[in-house]
Write a protein that binds this ligand. Structure first.
Ligand code: AMP
Length: 296
């Protein structure tokens, strides 16, 4: 893998590959199996794999979160090399935001002002869409890879690509989890031993919602109440749990089709998110089951 620091050098390197399929995996580094799954997918799909490693300061709403964010570029470089990544693009902040930088790419607040946007502030997704637009223009990928772990981010980027007619395919890779269900995240390494145990509550909360829907519950409110109880009872501080329409992020009034269950919680000083797409199975609802018991 070749590490590249400047846009000029990146363009020069990629000029040699025009005509081949270029895959881009944008990351903030501190690689884990989630990142590696995106890279593997890019390696399988495309001819030239570019992984960007840039901790974008503008998308952090808390200075402490940015300061604590893990870095290990040497380890990241070795992992990328193992996976056959061609280029690791790791620019300095001044390379991405030179003096006088004054442009923002914004997706409508209906998608960016809710959930993560409500918690982290309106500027979070502006920062994401702006830096991702820049990376798209720097690299010129045919396909870019994102994780389902950040479901709202993936949705916002798909919206941006569609709205701006960007000729880039977006592939969303399923969430990679640890053995106990905890979604892989660079922030997991900030957890203490007991926090790491408590963090499994997010996955349990999603599983609880899935079981409730499987058992026939169609009203989001009792599910939300049980999930909040599970989270607080496990010693984590819930920020939100919602069942939303997967394409619009609008909370559902009733569970009729596929819903996206999204959760955010603080575990000590660390903020974690997770999500799962849930759909009512073909099994009869509990009311129908009761009727069946009396009828059958
Ligand atoms: P990050 O470095 O956290 O900004 O993540 C870079 C990319 O990896 C984003 O598209 C994330 O959605 C994706 N990602 C992060 N964690 C996971 C995971 N556990 N499974 C799959 N993709 C992930």
């Amino acid at each position: 893998v070749r590490t590249i620091r400047t846009v000029a050098e990146l363009r020069a390197a990629l000029a040699a590959h025009r005509g081949l399929r270029i895959g881009l995996v944008p990351t903030m580094g501190a690689f884990h199996d989630g990142h590696l799954a995106l890279m593997r997918r890019a390696r399988a799909d495309t001819d030239v794999v570019v992984v960007s490693l840039f901790v974008n300061p503008s998308q952090f709403n808390e200075r402490a979160d940015l300061d604590r964010y893990p870095h290990d570029e040497a380890r990241d470089g070795a992992l990328a090399a193992d996976l056959g990544v061609d280029y690791l693009f790791a620019p300095a902040v001044t390379e991405v935001y030179p003096d006088g930088f004054a442009t923002t790419v914004t997706v409508d607040a209906r998608l960016t002002g809710v959930l993560e946007g409500a918690q982290r502030g309106r500027t979070h997704f502006d920062a994401v869409t702006t830096v991702v637009s820049k990376l798209f223009n720097m690299v010129g990928p045919d396909i870019a890879y994102f994780g389902q772990k950040d479901a709202q981010q993936a949705l916002v980027i798909r919206r941006m690509v569609q709205d701006l007619n960007l000729a880039i395919g977006i592939v969303v890779v399923p969430t990679v989890r640890d053995h106990d269900g905890l979604a892989m995240s660079s922030r997991n390494m900030l957890l203490s031993g007991t926090e790491r145990q408590r963090a499994t509550a997010l996955h349990r909360a999603l599983r609880l919602a899935r079981h409730a829907i499987d058992a026939g519950e169609r009203d989001p409110n009792p599910i939300k109440a049980r999930v909040y109880a599970e989270l607080t009872g496990s010693g984590v501080e819930p920020q939100y749990f919602e069942l939303v329409e997967p394409d619009t992020l609008v909370p559902v009034q009733r569970i009729n089709g596929e819903v996206l269950a999204v959760v955010a919680a603080r575990v000590g000083a660390t903020r974690l998110i997770d999500n799962e797409t849930l759909s009512p199975s073909d099994r009869p609802s509990s009311q129908e089951q009761i009727e069946c018991v009396t009828r059958c």
